[in-house]
Design a protein around this ligand. Structure first.
Ligand code: NAD
Ligand code: UD1
Length: 322
């Protein structure tokens, strides 16, 4: 696999799920700086290494970000810090806008004003930008219909990232992640990713609430495939000023995922069905031909991914669950 090497890398939100897995993958061959306020991320997620420099800080602190960017002159910047829950942004639209949009815009502005020599900046946008537009699978050229403050901020910031690139000659790229899952996704908020909540409920014999009838569909993509995509998009010249779906192009309903997880874990999940969640998307899956043209090939099926995820959770619990 093509991997970034011998570089100074900034990962905002790097103590979180995707960022910490990315740090694990890149730490051996690079210097990595992580800025995370630990609102969802955890120190324990981070690799132990002299190559890792961690700052517990909010990306909304412009003065701090200014100093950091000027001191380090990063080669690659992954903008992953966000309040990643759609539902949470519906409860806290203004506060989350500061993080999900304004702080990222301000980082781009610091890079522009100081003409910092970055090789590429990647912004993590989301499949949520497509909203409930009927076209399936979602193509990058499909109409967007962002429904929630989360999706609106992701779409606007994605556009800022791409167009700052074009207007001011800063190398940028953006990803629209679909539903990423795997080790280190934090299950401790009611707004956490659904697979972390399901696995946690299975582990602890807790109750899991399905919003709606469970027939909503998602394109669940395992974290290792996302790491593959992130490396390719950063390293390829072809990706400049482009936005890419990152997914598997396979569609799975919530009910199917629950059945699969029960089969893999050998445990029964306690489920109750409650009303639909406000702002929820009904069906979502991706066309991934654009990112395939850069060399991306998803390797891990949903069954394989759930098995790997479950094995990780069992190991984490020192085998007590087997
Ligand atoms: P996550 O919540 O695990 O990671 C986000 C990290 O950002 C957390 O560690 C959190 O503590 C940190 N953070 C939040 N506010 C911050 C602030 N003000 N300053 C500094 N750090 C802050 O979520 P994730 O799943 O790893 O998502 C990473 C990125 O990918 C996010 O931008 C998210 O919106 C995007 N994304 C994720 C998915 C998915 O399915 N997981 C899908 C689409 C897009
Ligand atoms: C997720 C990501 C979001 C990303 C988007 C891209 C998280 C927290 N959210 O949003 O960052 O941009 O994918 O597609 O990682 N559900 C239940 N019960 C629960 C929780 C969820 O039934 O307790 C349902 C939801 O109603 C939804 C589905 O499961 O239909 C997925 O929910 P969730 O994991 O929160 O993801 P998205 O809203 O798709």
């Amino acid at each position: 696999m093509d991997k970034i090497k011998n570089s100074k890398i900034l990962i905002t939100g790097g103590a979180g799920f995707i960022g910490s897995n990315l740090a694990d993958a890149l730490i051996e061959d690079n210097e990595i700086v992580i800025v995370d306020d630990l609102s969802m991320g955890k120190i324990e997620n981070l690799p132990q290494s002299t190559h890792l420099h961690f700052f517990e800080h909010s990306i909304t602190d412009e003065e701090f970000m200014n100093r950091l960017l000027l001191n380090w002159k990063f080669d690659y910047i992954f903008l992953l810090a966000a309040v990643a829950s759609v539902a949470d942004t519906i409860v806290r639209p203004i506060e989350t806008h500061e993080v999900n949009q304004n702080a990222n815009l301000s980082i781009l502005e610091i890079i522009r004003v100081n003409q910092l020599p970055v090789k590429k900046i990647l912004f993590a946008s989301s499949a949520a930008v497509y909203g409930n537009m009927p076209e399936l699978p979602k193509r990058e050229e499909s109409n967007v219909d962002p429904q929630s403050p989360y999706a609106i901020d992701k779409y606007a910031t994605e556009r800022f990232t791409i167009n700052y690139g074009k207007l001011y000659g800063i190398p940028t790229v953006a990803t629209r992640f679909f539903n990423v899952y795997g080790p280190k996704q934090n299950p401790n908020s009611p707004y956490s990713g659904v697979l972390s909540l399901i696995s946690n409920a299975i582990k602890t014999d807790g109750m899991f609430s399905v919003f709606g009838d469970g027939e909503q569909t998602r394109d669940f993509v395992y974290i290792n495939d996302v790491i593959q995509a992130l490396n390719l998009l950063m390293l390829s010249d072809q990706t400049l000023f482009q936005v890419y779906n990152v997914a598997t192009s396979k569609v799975t309903s919530l009910n199917q995922v629950i059945n699969n997880f029960e089969a893999i874990s050998g445990k029964k999940l306690k489920v109750k069905y409650v009303s639909d969640r406000l702002g929820d998307i009904k069906n979502s899956y991706a066309d991934i031909s654009k990112i395939r043209s850069v060399g991306y090939k998803p390797q891990i099926s949903i069954l394989e991914g759930l098995r790997k995820y479950w094995d990780f959770l069992v190991d984490e619990n020192e085998g007590n669950l087997k």
